[in-house]
Design a protein around this ligand. Structure first.
Ligand SMILES: C[S@@+](CC[C@H](N)C(=O)[O-])C[C@H]1O[C@@H](n2cnc3c(N)ncnc32)[C@H](O)[C@@H]1O
Length: 215
């Protein structure tokens, strides 16, 4: 998936993946997984998701997003005025507990941050075709430290029925990608016949799954 594809999506408002409401599985399950000292969350490929605000109530939130349009819209639509710092590889938007690093995820180094308690992946892994998913997970693993847990949401559907993104990711693939890590499937939602965010996917079966992954 070329970066230009995503820039075009944002420039032309082809953002069917964007959810206007908070992610239901996040709201339902995340509070029960929290440990008393959890305070930092990383949201790779964050788009302009409102879930950033959900986290910001309690957490320092670091997001990463390729598109400047997405970052700008996130703050504008939520009536927030960020400070913007330009660095060599990233523009950093900061307001309150939220910092968005606008630029390429693969150029972001885990070493520039204190460890995260959580990594929140909603529509990030499923945004990439198979080969890129391996590269994405390799890079995500560099952010997984001793106490980091990954809140991973996937979609599963008969994969030949549509050309992604989104891409279907089986439980077997999650196991393979995160081989050597603790992986627990915590919940699933049958979305067959319903919308995925703003779009109705032409698939005969659609299930969203929640995994928690840790060292
Ligand atoms: C399917 S969208 C999901 C956005 C968000 N997680 C959400 O739930 O609305 C994938 C996002 O990843 C961003 N993206 C794609 N490639 C990226 C990269 N290499 N680095 C950073 N962001 C990227 C796209 O611009 C897009 O906003």
């Amino acid at each position: 998936m070329k970066q230009q594809f995503w820039h075009d999506c944002w420039d032309n408002t082809h953002i069917g993946f964007h959810q206007d409401e908070l992610q239901p599985l996040l709201v339902e399950y995340f509070p029960s997984f929290l440990e008393p000292n959890d305070s930092r969350v990383f949201v790779p490929l964050c788009g302009k998701t409102s879930d950033l605000l959900f986290f910001a109530d309690r957490f320092k939130v670091i997001g990463n997003e390729l598109s400047a349009v997405a970052c700008r819209d996130f703050f504008q639509e939520n009536h927030l005025t960020p400070q913007v710092q330009e660095t060599m590889s990233f523009n950093i938007y900061q307001q309150g507990n939220i910092e968005l690093y606008q630029g390429d995820f693969f150029a972001l180094s885990a070493e520039q941050f204190q460890p995260f308690d959580w990594i929140y992946d909603r529509a990030a892994l499923i945004a990439f075709p198979e080969v890129m998913r391996v590269e994405y997970v390799q890079h995500i693993k560099t952010f997984i430290k001793e106490n980091t847990r990954v809140f991973l949401l996937t979609l599963e559907f008969p994969k030949d029925e549509i050309k992604g993104p989104p891409f279907s990711i089986s439980e077997d693939e999650v196991m393979r990608l995160f081989d050597g890590y603790k992986i627990t499937k915590k919940a699933e939602r049958d979305l067959t016949g319903q919308k995925f965010a703003r779009i109705k996917l032409s698939v005969s079966k659609l299930v969203e799954k929640l995994y928690i992954i840790s060292n």
